[in-house]
Design a protein around this ligand. Structure first.
Ligand SMILES: Cc1cc2nc3c(=O)[nH]c(=O)nc-3n(C[C@H](O)[C@H](O)[C@H](O)COP(=O)(O)OP(=O)(O)OC[C@H]3O[C@@H](n4cnc5c(N)ncnc54)[C@H](O)[C@@H]3O)c2cc1C
Length: 239
């Protein structure tokens, strides 16, 4: 029997800040004690706003085999309180994180090829899942696809890392697609269209998707119409 990790509060200290794009930063937090979680879960970030407690969820972008640190990949939203709070953090600053939470996880046993589908920072929980699957050697005999939709050429997240994974594993394919391209020579347009283009045998794949609610709803609709079985589509909607 696999016990669910216990939800606890962690005193987390910023130990690295990587500016991935002009609006997305990946923060590494040193945890005051090891955190046990499953790939795909999130933490609740706690702070105060105008003297009142304030919290928002953020997916853990790092894999669960690293427990003394976690990474959060956060987009700075215009006028948004919590995302700006994160983007103002400096090295050594502290945050109260609570977790792990959430039920977005890989369904086992893995019976089919896997396709991960995200827009923007929706890639965060999927990155943790993909790194963990390769670490555990659970996907050696299937194909693993990762589709990431972004608006502009310079917004592809974890690009170097996914390219490295492609070189190391011939069964892994990373397909970034840009909806407002300038000098982009790769795929263009919406992410759900790329899934349809590359995955021509819809019943042979399990899909894990993450992103803002509108994108997820559109993806499920488009892929459902294209013959992808609803019970093989797993997703986390961000509201
Ligand atoms: C389970 C879960 C996990 C999440 N994980 C992450 C994560 O890993 N990384 C991450 O960046 N966010 C993540 N989010 C979203 C996050 O919780 C906040 O909603 C987001 O950071 C905005 O919070 P805010 O207080 O800055 O802005 P708010 O005051 O909540 O929003 C300001 C405005 O911006 C809009 N908005 C909110 N998010 C976005 C967005 N991404 N792009 C464009 N417009 C937006 C809102 O609709 C609102 O109109 C997650 C949400 C959920 C439910």
């Amino acid at each position: 029997m696999h016990l669910m990790p216990i939800i606890q509060f962690y005193d987390a200290v910023v130990s690295d800040i990587l500016a991935q794009t002009s609006t997305v930063k990946t923060f590494t937090f040193d945890m005051d004690k090891p955190i046990e979680f499953q790939a795909g879960q999130f933490v609740m970030a706690h702070t105060t706003k105008e003297g009142q407690p304030f919290k928002k969820p953020y997916s853990i972008a790092s894999p669960p085999y690293i427990q003394d640190k976690i990474q959060l990949c956060i987009k700075k939203v215009d006028g948004g309180f919590m995302s700006n709070h994160f983007h103002n953090l400096k090295m050594g600053d502290r945050m109260k994180l609570q977790g792990p939470m959430g039920v977005f996880k890989i369904k086992e046993p893995i019976q089919r090829d896997l396709a991960f589908v995200a827009t923007g920072t929706g890639i965060a929980p999927l990155r943790g899942m993909i790194l963990n699957l390769y670490h555990q050697k659970k996907v050696d005999s299937i194909k693993v696809w990762c589709f990431l939709g972004v608006r502009y050429d310079d917004e592809v997240l974890f690009w170097d890392e996914f390219q490295k994974l492609e070189k190391e594993h011939s069964n892994f394919k990373f397909i970034p697609t840009v909806s407002r391209p300038k000098n982009w020579t790769g795929e263009t347009g919406y992410v759900q269209e790329k899934v349809k283009k590359y995955l021509t045998s819809p019943k042979d794949v399990d899909i894990y998707a993450c992103g803002l609610a509108a994108m997820i709803e559109q993806t499920i609709k488009v892929l459902g119409e294209a013959g992808f079985p609803p019970e093989q589509m797993h997703y986390e909607k961000w509201t």
